[in-house]
Design a protein around this ligand. Structure first.
Ligand SMILES: [Fe+2]
Length: 173
């Protein structure tokens, strides 16, 4: 869909400029904002066609997957490495639950052509993802992690996060 694609490329540009400044935390905050906007577009999609809604869900799903792969392969291991093991474990579990919710949403939207039952799983996923990102990661754990690491380690995390995010490709549709 043209609007979703334009939104996606604008948001990607914002995320890339944060990444260019060499700060994994700034990049993650830009990606969190991108994901929040995609959920907003999805949740205000009542009057869209089924196909448009499926595409918005595909865009949101792609962003969530790319972001979670990068966090799970690079950021959560770093949390464990600096001794924040319980916190790291909890974030992995949160994102595993988010993947379950995303699967439920995709099943709901794929099997309900009348379009009435997708909103509940979408809202549940939106709330879980945004709370996890805002209240746990951005407000508490990531500032602590950034402080505990050397500049060289932070630079490695930035490069690793970008590499892993880019390894997930957008779905065609
Ligand atoms: Fe996360």
């Amino acid at each position: 869909m043209v609007a979703a694609a334009a939104l996606l490329s604008l948001q990607r540009a914002a995320a890339q400029s944060a990444a260019a400044r060499g700060d994994w935390f700034a990049t993650i905050k830009a990606h969190d904002a991108m994901i929040a906007k995609s959920f907003e577009a999805l949740m205000t999609s009542e009057r869209r066609t089924q196909l448009q809604r499926e595409r918005l869900i595909a865009v949101t799903g792609y962003q969530l997957t790319a972001h979670s792969v990068a966090e799970e392969n690079v950021i959560y291991p770093a949390l464990a490495m600096v001794g924040m093991t319980a916190e790291s474990d909890r974030l992995y579990l949160d994102q595993a639950h988010a993947k379950v919710m995303n699967g439920q949403l995709e099943l709901a939207v794929g099997t309900n052509r009348a379009g009435s039952t997708w909103t509940e799983p979408a809202r549940a996923l939106q709330t879980a993802v945004l709370e996890h990102a805002k209240e746990d990661e951005a407000a508490q754990l990531y500032p602590q992690l950034q402080q505990k690491l050397t500049p060289e380690q932070n630079a490695l995390l930035t490069a690793g996060y970008q590499r892993e995010f880019a390894s997930v490709k957008p779905r065609r549709g």
